[in-house]
Design a protein around this ligand. Structure first.
Ligand code: SF4
Ligand code: SF4
Length: 469
């Protein structure tokens, strides 16, 4: 049995302003009886340190909205009200509750659990419109993610062979390719956003500790990043290969931005990269109209790894003339199915990013056809960044972020990934899937709302339209 992959999490709170759905306040009619300190198991109510005759202000950060203290206060002195800040932060894709969940996971590395149950809608846009098949959760032999059955979340990056060829003496004729092993189907991807030195160093340190990679523009690499060179994927254009050859020599993976010239000269560019670093090459391409054609051509021309990038809300860059932009789940399915039809899907590794916001988006992206996902904004949110979505993406960095030591920021990112790893194990365990690579393209193990809706009501409403006409 292989050694179990483990992410070491550690409580790492930050002194920052948190976001709450409800704010709990204590009115002046409080008689300091202390009953609320006994009924709140989360210790939101405490007496003042300096003067225990008085109650301290309630700690909304730990409140789980059970309303027990409000019901039991003899004076009706406690009140919960909707927090305007929570409403202001809500975007159409990045919801306030997502920020709260990500902060919590970054703080303690635990799977978020709400005692209040789930009261939201059971479907929505993007990944919220698909449900995974959890039929194995009732299997009597299932002994949990920490039990005897080993669940592997590992994936291999690189070109693979469709089949092996041998000569008449049984000697292998096929040329095999180098692959890179990742114990978690995730890489970090932060190509922009002008980040401070300690933030970049923390991301690189976290990537190294959990044995993954951080994609960074080669132009932004500083000497402080040298110790992490083995876990950094320099991102560059093919015109800049010579300029960055010193860093490329240390890289275990390298990424090139896609353009038409790269596609036409791909074999010469790959040869040049091989001379310099010998690492597998990722080609990074924006998700947009015609991305399937470009990915197909790259795959046919021998590119090992293709990274398809949607925008920060998981949408393609340019919608079709007659329809709204597609969401990441549909882009992944379309690209994956195209390569399956062309019988080349197993040879190439596909990474998808953009809108990977919550832990469950990783297995869902894989079920749609991704080999792995790249995560971006949640890594910054783990460090206390607030994301406002409308009218356009706007990041608010916590004050004093540049003063926070690298190990603290790195631990928060490691905690977040630890929580995501545990949730991936939970999903795979409940689905009865023991290897992450087997999730890829398993759409038969998921239910897609649009398809069920069409099957159930499609004909009915089409007929009604016909009658109305
Ligand atoms: S239970 Fe009510 S009255 Fe008693 S200390 Fe708490 S808030 Fe004050
Ligand atoms: S609502 Fe529940 S969790 Fe929140 S402070 Fe009151 S007792 Fe504690």
């Amino acid at each position: 049995m292989p050694k179990k992959y483990h992410i070491s999490t550690k409580a790492t709170p930050l002194d920052m302003e948190y976001l709450f759905k409800f704010r709990i306040t204590r009115g002046e009619n409080c008689i300091n009886c202390g009953k609320c300190t006994k009924v709140c198991i989360y210790e939101a109510h405490k007496r003042e340190r300096g003067d225990p005759r008085k109650m301290a202000a309630p700690n909304t950060a730990v409140c789980r909205n059970c309303f027990r203290c409000i019901q039991e206060c003899p004076r009706g002195a406690l009140e919960k009200s909707l927090n305007q800040d929570f409403l202001n932060n809500d975007g159409s894709y990045w919801k306030s509750h997502m920020l709260i969940a990500l902060w919590k996971q970054a703080e303690d590395g635990k799977v978020p659990v709400s005692g209040a149950g789930y009261r939201g809608p059971f479907t929505g846009a993007g990944f919220d419109g698909m449900w995974t098949d959890m039929s194995e959760i009732v299997r009597p032999t299932r002994d949990g993610i920490h039990g005897r059955e080993y669940i592997s979340t590992a994936v291999e990056l690189g070109r693979k062979l469709n089949h092996l060829s041998f000569d008449d003496k049984g000697r292998l004729l096929s040329k095999t390719f180098d692959t890179v092993h990742l114990p978690l189907p995730l890489v970090f991807d932060l190509p922009a956003d002008n980040l401070k030195g300690n933030v970049l160093a923390a991301l690189a340190k976290a990537a190294a500790e959990i044995e993954t990679f951080l994609l960074l523009p080669a132009d932004g690499l500083t000497p402080e990043m040298e110790p992490y060179a083995g876990n950094i994927v320099p991102l560059l254009t093919h015109q800049d290969i010579d300029r960055h050859s010193a860093f490329l020599k240390k890289a275990r993976l390298a990424a090139l931005e896609y353009d038409g010239e790269l596609l036409n000269n791909i074999s010469g560019i790959k040869d040049k990269m091989k001379e310099i670093c010998g690492a597998p090459v990722i080609v990074r391409i924006q998700a947009g109209n015609g991305v399937e054609d470009a990915v197909s051509r790259l795959a046919q021309r021998g590119v090992e790894i293709i990274h398809i990038v949607a925008d920060y809300r998981g949408m393609e860059a340019d919608g079709h003339a007659t329809s709204p932009p597609r969401v990441l789940k549909d882009i992944i399915r379309s690209v994956h199915q195209r390569l399956v039809r062309e019988r080349i899907r197993d040879e190439v590794t596909l990474i998808f990013s953009g809108g990977i916001a919550m832990a469950e988006h990783v297995p869902k992206a894989m079920i749609c056809g991704a080999d792995l996902a790249a995560v971006d904004l949640p890594l910054l949110i783990a460090m206390g960044v607030r994301l406002y979505e409308e009218p356009e993406k706007f990041l608010v960095f916590p004050s004093g972020l540049e003063e926070i030591p690298v190990p603290i920021l790195a631990q928060r990112v490691i905690n977040l990934m630890g929580a995501w790893h545990s949730q991936l194990l939970e999903v795979m365990g409940a689905m009865g899937i023991r290897e992450a690579r087997r999730l890829r393209g398993e759409t038969g193990r998921a239910i897609f709302f649009e398809e069920v809706d069409e099957d159930t009501f499609g004909k009915l409403f089409k007929n009604r339209e016909a009658v109305n006409l």
